[in-house]
Design a protein around this ligand. Structure first.
Ligand SMILES: [Fe+2]
Ligand SMILES: [Fe+2]
Length: 291
């Protein structure tokens, strides 16, 4: 038995906000950015177009690692909600968490907008005592021996930053959650952000080195999935495989990863947009189960 899961990320639905109130929040920056740069390179319709393609490939589950919106506006959250409704009506199961753009303003974070728009559609509780809304972590038993952990490190940041934070509280929750999972398990961890510092220092995960320490010391953790960079990769870092799906909405370079989980391990294949469809590339990796 196997489980086919597609990992997509960074859809960035966009609705131009004309309200003068935006100048009192970070939102005007997202509007400005989207109008000047992102609109030319992003097309969120691709997130819809990929669904029949995934169906044909036998995908039954989706992982969406955040950044559904551009500025966390109500209109964009409605677009996110409509998209998730479509996913569910097509019969896909969904595992998901917010990115920095989904917790963009203080009010969207305070009101837990991401969770209130999706609360009736998505299971944020999983299969343990931890849930994403209260503990910022949740775990799901995918198919033995595989578990999936969602880790939410998104919170509002100052104007010049788009960082995530692996806070001491989240660290504590993650360690307790890991302690509650079976010894004989293989774990895939999903977070919006890469844990290592990369070339945009203002967009990294704060306290990412603390997360990396946990990832490298718990030998059950085999795979780390993230988005945020809009730049795909599958590479080995220490003892774990790290895979960025890239952005599904990039007009010229839309991409996603397909993961085939089984008792034997997990095969990852990277798909890239070309001639109005997605094709598997040579970028692939096989993880052999240890248990
Ligand atoms: Fe993004
Ligand atoms: Fe992001």
């Amino acid at each position: 038995m196997a489980l086919k899961v597609a990992h997509i990320s960074d859809i960035h639905f966009f609705h131009l906000n004309k309200s003068p109130l935006q100048f009192f929040s970070k939102r005007f920056l997202a509007n400005f950015n989207s109008l000047l740069t992102r609109r030319g390179i992003l097309d969120s319709n691709l997130a819809y177009e990929v669904l029949p393609f995934l169906k044909k490939e036998g995908v039954t589950h989706l992982i969406i690692s955040g950044d559904y919106t551009s500025s966390s506006s109500a209109k964009e959250f409605e677009m996110m909600q409509q998209y998730v409704k479509t996913i569910k009506s097509e019969g896909f199961e969904l595992f998901t968490l917010p990115g920095n753009h989904d917790a963009y303003t203080k009010s969207s974070y305070r009101n837990q907008s991401f969770f209130s728009y999706l609360g009736d559609l998505v299971d944020f509780s999983g299969d343990t005592a931890f849930n994403l809304v209260d503990h910022q972590v949740a775990a799901y038993n995918l198919i033995d021996p595989w578990w999936l952990i969602l880790l939410n490190c998104s919170c509002p940041t100052p104007l010049h930053k788009s960082t995530g934070v692996f806070s001491p509280e989240i660290e504590k929750s993650l360690i307790s959650l890991l302690n509650s999972l079976p010894k004989e398990s293989e774990i895939t961890l999903v977070c919006h952000y890469p844990f290592e510092r990369f070339k945009y220092p203002k967009a990294h995960l704060e306290r990412g080195s603390f997360l990396e320490k946990i990832l490298q010391s718990d030998k059950r953790i085999r795979l780390y999935l993230h988005g945020h960079r809009h730049l795909p990769r599958i590479e080995q870092i220490g003892s774990i495989t790290v895979a960025d799906s890239g952005s599904i909405s990039l007009k010229k370079a839309s991409s996603f990863n397909l993961l085939n989980f089984s008792q034997e391990g997990c095969e990852i294949t990277h798909y890239q947009y070309e001639n109005k469809t997605w094709r598997p590339t040579d970028v692939r990796e096989t993880i052999t189960a240890l248990v």
